[in-house]
Design a protein around this ligand. Structure first.
Ligand code: ADP
Ligand code: MG
Ligand code: MG
Length: 276
C-alpha cells in the first residue's frame, strides 16, 4: 500500500473539473497521480464517482487506455496512481495548431475509434461519456491514450442511463432531451470530435460565439444547434470527412454509423502511415 510519504511530487501535468494531476516519483519510477478532492465530489453530488472511476479503470487493459496502477486515499482526497504519459493532449495541440493535418487526424482517429470499440463490446459495455480533446492524450510516438473515466459507467443489456453527464459541446441530443440513453452517446461525441480536430472549432459554436457570448447564452446556442443537428462546415473541410461527420451526427441514436463502419469509411482508408 502506497502512502503520500513514499511519493515525491513533481510538477502539475493537468487539471480538470475534479482532479489535479501531478507527475510523481515512486520507488525510482515516474508515474502520474490524479488527486481528487472528496469535498468537490460531495459538492457536486458525485461522492460515488471516484469509486466508479477506480472500479472501471481496474477492469481495463488496452494499449490505448491509460492504465491505473494503484490507488489510496486519506481523509480529504482519493489518489489514483496512473501510467505517466510523456506527451500532450489533443486540447493543447488544437490550442497551439488550431487544427490537425489530415494525416495525423486519421492516424489518431483510427486509434480512438478502436479504443471505443473495445469499451463498447465488453460483456457489460462501458460508456466513457466524456470523449473530448482534453481527455485524449498523445504520446511521443503518436499513440493515443484515452484518459479520465470519471464520467464512465457500465450498461447492462437493455439498460438505459438517465444522468445529465458530460460536457455541453460534446453531449448527445438524447442527454439534453432527458431521454434514456446508451453507448450511442459516445458515438455522438466522436462525431463532434472529428469535426473539431479538422475544423479547429466546435460544430455547434464557432470562434466568434465562443468569445462574444456569455456562458448561459452559449449554453442555449449549443443546445439549440445540437437538438437541430445544425452543423456549420467551413469551406475548407475535407469532403470525405464531411460525409463521415454527417453519418455519425444523427439525431436518432440508432441512425448513427456503427463504430465498425466508421473504421471502414473511405476517409479512414487513405492515410499514409506515420513514421514512428
Ligand atoms: P478530470 O477528471 O478532472 O478532468 P483528468 O483525468 O482528465 O481529470 O486529468 C486532467 C488532465 O491531466 C488531462 O487533461 C491531462 O492533460 C493530464 N493527465 C491526466 N492523466 C495523465 C497522465 N497519466 N499522464 C500525463 N498527463 C495526464
Ligand atoms: Mg478530464
Ligand atoms: Mg473527469
Amino acid at each position: 500500500i502506497v502512502t503520500l510519504d513514499e511519493i515525491t511530487q513533481q510538477e502539475m501535468l493537468g487539471k480538470g473539473q475534479f482532479g489535479v494531476v501531478y507527475r510523481i516519483q515512486y520507488q525510482g519510477e515516474t508515474y502520474a497521480m490524479k488527486q481528487i478532492v472528496k469535498q468537490t465530489l460531495i459538492r457536486h453530488g458525485k461522492i460515488n464517482s471516484a469509486n466508479l472511476e477506480l472500479k472501471i479503470m481496474y477492469q481495463l487493459d488496452h494499449a490505448n487506455i491509460m492504465k491505473l496502477i494503484t490507488h489510496f486515499e486519506d481523509e480529504n482526497n482519493v489518489y489514483l496512481i496512473l501510467e505517466y504519459i510523456d506527451g500532450s493532449n489533443l486540447y493543447d495541440i488544437l490550442k497551439r495548431d488550431t487544427r490537425l493535418q489530415e494525416t495525423y487526424a486519421i492516424h489518431y482517429y483510427r486509434q480512438i475509434v478502436s479504443t471505443l470499440i473495445y469499451l463498447h463490446s465488453r460483456p457489460t459495455p462501458i460508456l466513457h461519456r466524456d470523449i473530448k480533446p482534453e481527455n485524449i492524450l498523445i504520446t511521443q510516438n503518436n499513440a493515443i491514450k484515452l484518459a479520465d473515466f470519471g464520467s464512465a459507467n457500465s450498461l447492462a443489456k437493455d439498460e438505459l442511463r438517465f444522468t445529465f453527464e458530460g460536457t455541453y459541446l460534446f453531449m448527445a441530443p438524447e442527454i439534453y432531451m432527458n431521454k434514456g440513453y446508451t453507448q450511442c452517446v459516445d458515438i455522438w461525441s466522436l462525431g463532434v470530435l472529428l469535426f473539431e480536430i479538422l475544423a479547429g472549432h466546435s460544430p455547434f459554436l464557432n470562434k466568434e460565439e465562443e468569445t462574444s457570448l456569455m456562458t448561459h447564452e452559449k449554453q442555449s446556442v449549443i443546445r439549440e444547434n445540437v437538438l437541430n443537428v445544425r452543423i456549420r462546415f467551413p469551406d475548407t473541410f475535407p469532403p470525405l470527412a464531411r460525409d463521415l461527420v454527417r453519418k455519425i451526427l444523427r439525431l436518432e441514436p440508432q441512425d448513427r454509423l456503427r463504430l465498425e463502419e466508421v473504421l471502414k469509411h473511405p476517409w479512414l482508408q487513405n492515410a499514409e502511415v506515420l513514421e514512428q
